[in-house]
Design a protein around this ligand. Structure first.
Ligand code: RIB
Length: 306
């Protein structure tokens, strides 16, 4: 088993609209779809499609969405031994609205996700011990996230934390992770300083490295990503693509980063490939349907180079 992913499992209720509505306005969608999503699930699917074995730790309900989503995981080949079921709470869901430029806003209903317990996480640690890396996001209780990070640290497994959404996690716990990944909006929420361009992104990475983080990655949408470690801070640009839907682009990036890092043990090389994977993901609609397979990423990278 290569990557253990801790995180949310959702059904995305997606409305595609010509434009976002104004406050108080009722707007008809152009199209509506129910799509498997959730940051944890999206990241696990990415790892799997890029050729590594993922195990997912999370919780769903016992409703029809849960059965649908679990079948998806089995088809993808994800290890689901630690996908728990809550008998009393609905599967997590997200209201996703995507406009014609591909931008979105998302409201999540955590539902069963928030019932994941420390005891359930504890059961997964035996498997985590055999993993090459662990990946988590913050759509869970801070207490459970703290427990995951501290436990993985004891097991000496490289930890990739996607600080999405930004929650008041203790800075000491945050510094225990090996790779801190967030987007430019989350970086601003964390530090209070704006990240509107590459230079501000580099300054932010520098600041976080000075605070004691070992490796920092700030994703910047179609501008690519800024990475930093030791004395290196670098901008990795994104290839230009036709954006259809940005949902799960960040998840695709995180899943790809950990996958390629496991192969190369090199942040810069892994980031270049992850940026390409994420760029590909925005050319397709939906969370999991947009996540690319390894061959697609390889062909895309070749086409950019040639
Ligand atoms: O990052 C995108 C994901 O965030 C969606 O699939 C949604 O379910 C939320 O978890």
């Amino acid at each position: 088993m290569d990557v253990i992913v801790y995180g949310t499992i959702n059904i995305d209720l997606v409305a595609y609209v010509s434009r976002f509505p104004q406050i108080g306005e009722t707007l008809s969608s152009l199209e509506f779809k129910e799509i498997p999503g959730g940051k944890g699930a999206n990241q696990a699917v990415t790892v799997q499609r890029l050729g590594k074995q993922a195990a997912l730790v999370g919780k769903v309900g016992t409703d029809s969405y849960a059965s649908f989503i679990k079948k998806v995981f089995v088809n993808e080949g994800i290890l689901t031994d630690y996908v728990y079921s809550s008998p009393k709470t609905a599967t997590g869901s997200s209201i996703v609205v995507v406009d014609e430029s591909g931008q979105n806003f998302i409201i999540t209903n955590q539902n069963a996700n928030k019932e994941l317990t420390k005891a359930e996480v504890h059961l997964s640690l035996e498997t985590a011990q055999k993993a090459g890396a662990a990946l988590l996001q913050m759509e869970m209780s801070v207490e459970v996230a703290n427990y995951i990070i501290s436990s993985l640290k004891h097991l000496n497994i490289p930890i990739f934390l996607n600080l999405a959404p930004v929650v008041p996690i203790d800075a000491q716990i945050r510094r225990l992770v090996d790779f801190l990944i967030m987007n430019e909006v989350e970086a601003e929420q964390l530090t209070g300083s704006p990240v509107t361009n590459i230079e501000e992104g580099k300054l932010m990475v520098k600041e976080l490295l000075e605070q004691g983080h070992e490796h920092v990655v700030i994703t910047m949408g179609n501008k690519g990503a800024i990475i930093g470690e030791k004395k290196m801070i670098q901008h990795v640009p994104s290839p230009i693509v036709q954006t259809v839907d940005t949902t799960a682009a960040g998840d695709c990036f995180c899943g790809a980063l950990v996958t390629y890092w496991l192969e190369e043990q090199d942040l810069l090389t892994a980031t270049k490939k992850a940026v390409a994977a994420a760029a590909l993901s925005v050319t397709k609609k939906g969370a999991q349907p947009s996540l690319p397979y390894r061959k697609e990423v390889e062909d895309f990278i070749k086409s950019i180079i040639s």
